[in-house]
Ligand binder design. Structure first.
Ligand SMILES: Cc1cc2nc3c(=O)[nH]c(=O)nc-3n(C[C@H](O)[C@H](O)[C@H](O)COP(=O)(O)O)c2cc1C
Length: 329
């Protein structure tokens, strides 16, 4: 069973431990110089790297805009993204960027729209490599555009992008050889996806197919709906996403991040050491404790997220009660 402090290599990326900062969009942060990203974002990510994270996955950025250098792909924003990648690496963490394709109604997209999304996905992966990131994570989770394509229950398209699994994953899988050519052998290509797509066996099949198609790393979360995990024993200490994620990890055969509700260092250690989770994804507790990784790996208490029903980081992070220190677990 992996120990939290065990290093791991994935292509050219070296992780000093098994703690991953999950991608999270800090909605109340603002950019500098009229841009989207700024010093707030830069300092936030570099601080979590300094706090010992093995891997920092920076928040979702929309790939649309990369072709003409607009949105988060403007020159000013790219500078901050490059600073995030370089700063995390200087602090000893690996750094990846999450790439999302907006929130389109997929049945309204025509062939030209899909081709533009595909060109943007490819260009954004290459741009992230040029900015200094170790890899990218394609966002196929949480009900956004790419998630809708992959979900067997949602995607009722009758063209080459709907129907069987090969078609539902085509929006990315067809690009993988070209992306690999552009980014080189060292760069990590990851997918974040849901456990149920819509049922658990669809999620398992999709994960295995993506791994076979050249995806190096999976990050397991929820898809369009709350996972059922009907086979989860009552004694399992983690959430249904984590339970199903560990099962997916076993059959996908590539390194897999499992996260969702891992708020304490104690739970992170238990999942790694007693349940075989290879990489533990930490979301909100990275907000409340930038030193989460150092503390969890070192076996000391963390300042855990208070698990508010309405996370303040969606509206005004300065009102997060977890920012007041109270060490636990
Ligand atoms: C404020 C906020 C922003 C988030 N932004 C993203 C995002 O950009 N991409 C993503 O895949 N998940 C995002 N998430 C989901 C987290 O990555 C994570 O899956 C979720 O918070 C559950 O993990 P946790 O219980 O450790 O917090 C966000 C969550 C929060 C609270």
């Amino acid at each position: 069973m992996p120990q939290l402090q065990a290093p791991l290599g994935i292509r050219g990326m070296r992780l000093r431990n098994r703690i991953v900062m999950l991608p999270m969009y800090p909605f109340s942060f603002h950019g500098d110089d009229g841009g989207f990203f700024g010093a707030m974002h830069r300092d936030h990510y570099i601080r979590r790297a300094e706090g010992g994270a093995g891997l920092v996955i920076a928040q979702a950025v929309n790939v649309l805009g990369v072709l003409d250098g607009t949105g988060t792909w403007s020159k000013g924003d790219r500078k901050f993204l490059a600073d995030i990648a370089a700063g995390c690496r200087r602090e000893g963490a690996a750094a990846m960027l999450q790439l999302a394709a907006g929130d389109f109604e997929i049945h309204d997209l025509d062939a030209a729209d899909i081709a533009r999304i595909q060109r943007s996905l490819e260009a954004a992966a290459a741009a992230a490599r040029d900015l200094g990131f170790d890899g990218v994570e394609f966002h196929f989770a949480h009900g956004y555009t790419l998630c809708k394509f992959l979900d067997a229950g949602y995607n009722t398209r009758t063209d080459a992008f709907g129907g069987d699994l090969e078609n539902r994953a085509r929006i990315l899988v067809d690009l993988l050889p070209r992306i690999r050519d552009r980014v080189g052998e060292q760069f990590v290509l990851a997918v974040r996806m849901g456990v149920d797509m819509p049922a658990a066996n669809d999620g398992e099949a999709a994960a295995a197919y993506l791994a076979r198609s050249g995806i190096d790393l999976l990050d397991i979360s929820f898809g369009l709906r709350k996972p059922a995990a009907r086979d989860m024993p009552e004694s399992f200490p983690g959430s249904p996403v984590v339970w199903s994620g560990v099962k997916i990890q076993r059959l996908a055969g590539v390194p897999t991040i499992v996260g969702n509700g891992v708020l304490t260092g104690e739970l992170a250690r238990t999942l790694a050491e007693d349940h075989g989770a290879e990489l533990i994804g930490i979301g909100r507790s990275m907000f409340t404790d930038p030193d989460f990784a150092l503390r969890a790996v070192g076996g000391s208490a963390v300042n855990a997220c208070r698990d508010c029903p309405d996370c303040r980081w969606f509206t005004d992070h300065t009102r997060c009660p977890g920012l007041a220190t109270r060490l636990s677990g």
